[in-house]
Design a protein around this ligand. Structure first.
Ligand code: PEP
Ligand code: MG
Length: 891
């Protein structure tokens, strides 16, 4: 018999933290907390396997599920001394979803389930508070009505607002039991009117309705979007948790809260969170009432911190916080309820955090001895470092503050005001910087938040939907800027005397919560403290070296600052576009006789020599790989007539002749045309000039600095060994000539890019004449998939969205296809020459997933854009640790 239901709390814990796949995150952790002695109200979890079975069997449950649920429910009744549906002492339960990974706001919750016209009287008697009982009942109808029965939420809200107006009260807490009773009747009428059905009075029918709604919500469009954005497979399913209710809204000695064991924004080791006295579960996250801080330390004068208001429960919570961190060895995000001064834990999970917090928490926990250095390395997602490398506001920049909200997710972002998620997506797709401005966000806005530079809300706290989701995504977010009034209809935003329209610019500072009018200048981040500590630890364990792709001195400086260990790719063609060079380059291409070409090439030599010399200086002895000219010549051709006339004059040729030459150079498919080493073979004097410039610069700088410079000359787009034979020999002749002229020699390498399938397949032969290989995975992806780098944008997103490809292969390496060729090329190359140096210099060199693959293949280094260098260093360390672990545990 399959076990579909697992009990927790009340003395029986059938699950644990290790059973997340079966019980979902929430269920597994509830069982874990109960088993380590924390106060968890008893309950049970219906497994994710039921969700899968439900969808596989055409929305039908397994036959034996009902019996197992009945047994588990009975256990709760026994533990609580209450009975589900009993008119005198009714058991009430909550029903919540819980997938393997948390999906904020995606799934639905029903509280106070089990109430009807009879049990509400029982609750009133047992609690001694009729007002509370009827308020609970109306909350139940409201939640169940909207979540399970599909009644628009605002129907209930409207009626409540109307009642408050009639009663002339502002706050829910001022509504009497009698009035709540009327609201309940009104709610039931709304349900009947909207759905044509009576609100179910039978608690069993309520329970199964709620369970089905949770399973149903797994396939709703919002959940779908969230899964797509976060790569969560649909077949994981969700679990359902049914748990005895405890009440945070039974009076002034009751409360409910959401908090983090450390500050999720900065990572600081302080207890951080929000709570509300006399409130129920969802009130905190909903952002309707303004929550109060936990600790007195962080509280402003007018605030009422829990430490002061409910000292006993707070002390107990501090004990729980400590226990949880020691037990889980990570920062936790917890939900609790205090009922009559007694603390109950409703949830714990690994807390989402900003990149800065992830870094600080990992380092602090390692220093506190809670985790090892290696674990600290694995705790920080490499791609998140990007956020730390992002700019913050320039403290000296002029600014006009518009408002101040909560610093919900750090970084600085400026953009045009946009009020809907749809418009954000449209404008972002056109390359515009936009800020999504909402009163509050909901799961429908997630796609817009993703596309925006930042998010601003006028309502809600640090744990509001906007704050939680933005932090997870690494979007800048200022939440709850209450002094701003947003008018969706008029498309305006008003704060004091400022009235801004859609399209006007604002700047957000997610670190302070400030909102500024217009665009405020930013400064680059500092890379010290925890960042450099983590980088140091990562450098100690990684095997892969990390180089940068850089041509300009600026890029090379940035690369070194970020810890690059050399240049893996200098694309020399980028050096040809300078205003002082392009004329000579064009003359070189357009010349019809070798003397004129030689003159143009001679004119380029000093420029190239200077370029290379400054790279060698900046990299001071670190390896520098310089690639000889690669792109098709027509990319440099003059487009306009005046340019053509100038070149004709310089070359002493007719404009007509030049026009004819331009036409002759044009190609139908230039990416597969006259480019790479094919150019070096047709025009050996171009490569000869570049090799000469490289060697002269190397000699110059090594004389200047006394450092041994070992230049690496790289020949692009080789498909056949014969091509490398020819170009290598030509290069060696030039090197020999330079050595003769300079009266000195130095060590150098000549290698090739492996960026064509034929090169990978015949790598054993090519390796005979190569000192190194650098996999050009951009071209290799393009040529292996037969997918143009420049044109794939029109259909590739569809492929990824619809699962035809798991990821964009230009971003993350296609392991089976392109990866297979990289592996083959590496293995065959090394079979010929064990000492062959192997690297990768395509975009994949900065992608953590691809780096993990390159570690497995055993490459020597990855090379990526300068800003990705820290990401690559950390990813390389994680990949090394993963590989070590795999080696320890034989499969
Ligand atoms: C490559 O093809 O991967 C490469 C690095 O060269 P480029 O991007 O310049 O074609
Ligand atoms: Mg290439």
């Amino acid at each position: 018999m399959t076990k579909w239901v697992y009990s927790f709390g009340g003395g029986l814990n059938e699950g644990g933290a290790g059973m997340r796949n079966l019980l979902g995150g929430k269920g597994a952790n509830l069982a874990e907390m109960a088993s380590i002695g924390l106060p968890v109200p008893p309950g049970f979890t219906i497994t994710t396997e039921v969700c899968s079975a439900f969808y596989e069997n055409g929305n039908a449950y397994p036959d034996d599920l009902a019996g197992q649920v009945a047994t588990a429910l009975h256990r709760i009744e026994t533990a609580m001394g209450l009975t589900f549906g009993d008119a005198n002492a009714p058991l009430l339960v909550s029903v919540r979803s819980g997938a393997r990974v948390s999906m904020p706001g995606m799934m639905d919750t029903v509280l106070n389930l089990g109430l009807n016209d009879e049990t509400v009287e029982g609750l009133a008697r047992s609690s001694g508070d009729a007002r509370f009982a009827w308020d609970s009942y109306r909350r139940f109808i409201q939640m169940y009505g909207s979540v399970v029965m599909g009644v628009p939420h605002h129907r209930f809200e409207d009626l409540l607002e109307q009642s408050k107006r009639t009663l002339n009260v502002a706050d829910d807490t001022a509504i009497s039991a009698e009035s709540w009773r009327d609201v309940v009747e009104g709610y039931k009428e709304i349900v009947l009117r909207e759905t044509g059905k009576h609100f179910p009075a039978d608690p069993q029918a309520q329970l199964w309705g709620a369970v089905s709604a949770v399973f149903g919500s797994w396939m709703n469009p919002r959940a779908h979007t969230y899964r797509r954005l976060h790569d969560i497979p649909a077949n994981w399913g969700t679990a359902v948790n049914v748990q005895a209710m405890v009440f945070g809204n039974m009076g002034e000695d009751c409360a409910t809260g959401v908090c983090f064991t450390r500050d999720p924004s900065t990572g600081e080791n302080i207890f951080y969170g929000e709570y509300l006295v006399n409130a129920q579960g969802e009130d905190v996250v909903a952002g309707i009432r303004t929550p109060q801080p936990m600790s007195a330390l962080r509280a402003a004068a007018e605030q009422r911190p829990m430490e002061i208001v409910l000292p006993e429960a707070y002390a107990e919570l501090l004990r729980v916080r400590d226990l949880l961190e020691k037990h889980y060895r990570d920062m936790q995000d917890i939900e609790f309820t205090v009922q009559s001064n007694t603390l109950y834990m409703l949830q714990t999970r690994t807390g989402k955090r900003t990149a800065a917090a992830a870094l600080k928490i990992a380092i602090d926990m390692a220093l506190e001895g809670l985790i090892t250095q290696e674990e600290a390395i694995q705790r920080v997602p490499p791609a998140s470092l990007d956020q730390l490398l992002h700019p913050t506001l320039d403290p000296n920049a002029e600014r006009t503050q518009l408002a101040r909200g909560l610093p919900a997710s750090p970084g600085a972002a400026a953009g045009a005001i946009v009020f809907t998620a749809e418009e954000v997506e449209e404008r972002a797709a056109q390359g515009q910087d936009v800020i999504l401005v909402r009163i509050e966000t909901s799961p429908e806005d997630v796609h817009g938040m993703h596309a925006a530079r930042g998010v601003l809300t006028t309502r809600g706290g640090m744990t509001s939907h906007a704050a939680v989701v933005a932090r997870g995504m690494g979007r800048v977010c200022v939440a709850g800027a209450g002094s701003i009034h947003v008018d969706y209809k008029a498309q305006t935003l008003t704060a004091g005397s400022h009235v801004l329209k859609a399209g006007d610019w604002i700047t957000l500072d997610g670190g302070t919560g400030a909102v500024y009018v217009g665009k405020v200048a930013t400064i680059p981040p500092t890379l010290s403290g925890d960042f450099s500590t983590l980088m140091g630890w990562a450098d100690d364990v990684r095997r892969l070296r990390v180089r940068a792709n850089a041509e300009t001195p600026d890029d090379a400086e940035t690369a070194r600052k970020f810890g690059a260990e050399g240049i893996g790719l200098c694309r020399t063609e980028h050096m040809f576009f300078g205003p002082d060079r392009i004329g000579h380059v064009r003359q070189m291409i357009m010349a019809d006789e070798s003397e004129a070409r030689a003159r143009a090439i001679d004119a380029l030599l000093p420029f190239q020599r200077d370029d290379f010399a400054s790279l060698f200086r900046i990299m001071s002895g670190l390896p520098v790989t310089i690639r000889l000219l690669d792109p098709p010549l027509h990319e440099f051709l003059p487009h306009g007539e005046t340019e053509l006339v100038d070149i004709a004059k310089a070359l002493g040729q007719s404009v007509e002749a030049l026009r004819a030459r331009r036409a002759a150079l044009s190609e139908a498919n230039p990416m597969l045309g006259h480019r790479g080493c094919r150019l070096g073979i047709s025009y050996p004097e171009i490569y000869a000039m570049q090799v000469r410039a490289i060697m002269e610069a190397a000699i110059l700088v090594s004389r200047e600095t006394g450092e041994a410079i070992v230049p690496e000359i790289m020949i692009p787009l080789v498909g056949m060994k014969t091509e490398l034979d020819r170009t290598r020999k030509a290069a060696e002749d030039v090197v020999a000539a330079v050595f003769g002229e300079q009266g000195t020699t130095l060590e150098y390498l000549i290698g090739t890019m492996i960026e064509l399938p034929r090169a990978a397949i015949t790598a054993a032969q090519i390796a005979e004449v190569a000192d190194f290989f650098s996999f050009g995975t951009n071209d290799l992806t393009q040529t292996t998939l037969g997918l143009s780098r420049d044109d794939a944008g029109s259909f590739l997103p569809y492929y990824v969205d619809h699962g035809l490809l798991p990821k964009d292969p230009f971003v993350s390496i296609d392991r089976e296809g392109v990866g297979g060729l990289v592996r083959l090329g590496a293995e065959s190359g090394r079979s010929t020459k064990p000492s062959l140096k192997l690297g990768v210099c395509g975009e994949h060199g900065g992608d953590p997933d691809s780096i993990a693959f390159f570690e497995q293949v055993g490459l020597d280094y990855v090379s990526c854009s300068p800003f990705r260098v820290p990401v690559a260093r950390l990813a390389a360390a994680q990949a090394a640790l993963l590989r070590r672990k795999a080696a320890e545990v034989p499969a």
